[in-house]
Design a protein around this ligand. Structure first.
Ligand code: HEM
Length: 125
């Protein structure tokens, strides 16, 4: 399995791309550029899948404790909420202000929750 530093670096670079593309989407406004929106949502989904595989791998090597599972659960909830609000913003013709605020704040909650969950995994190195 990859070391914690390698996993953290991959997730950090992916989140950076998601944040930069998110702010560019926000600044350019609707209609959103298809390429930028596709990059934004596919990389966001990719991070979730990558974190899922990382958690699965860690749990196979040594069963995760309650605290680690709790952190993983919180990260998944934050991810799903961020993806859902992003989906609403991209699907509707005019974006509800509340959803815009949520999709501005939830990405930070997702990053913190994901970093915490990864730190609590018993990874090598
Ligand atoms: C972990 C997942 C995601 C993260 C971390 C994330 C992050 C961000 C960030 C930081 C912004 C800029 C918000 C601002 O201006 O304050 C943004 C904007 C946006 N995101 Fe995401 N995003 C995620 C997933 C998604 C998904 C899955 C979609 C679409 C299906 C999406 C659609 C959008 C759209 C349309 C905007 C522009 C909103 C606007 O006009 O203000 N996002 N995202």
């Amino acid at each position: 399995m990859s070391s914690t530093a390698v996993i953290a670096a991959r997730v950090a670079v992916a989140f950076l791309i998601v944040f930069v593309s998110g702010y560019r989407l926000s600044r350019a406004g609707k209609p959103y550029g298809t390429a930028l929106l596709t990059i934004h949502k596919l990389i966001a989904l990719g991070v979730l899948v990558f974190v899922g595989f990382t958690v699965y791998g860690a749990n196979t090597e040594a069963a995760l404790g309650t605290v680690a599972w709790l952190a993983v659960g919180l990260a998944v909830v934050a991810f799903v909420a961020t993806i859902a609000t992003g989906g609403v913003l991209s699907a509707l013709e005019s974006s509800p202000a509340t959803v815009k605020v949520l999709h501005a704040v939830l990405p930070f909650v997702t990053v913190v929750a994901t970093a915490t969950a990864l730190l609590l995994l018993p990874l090598q190195g």
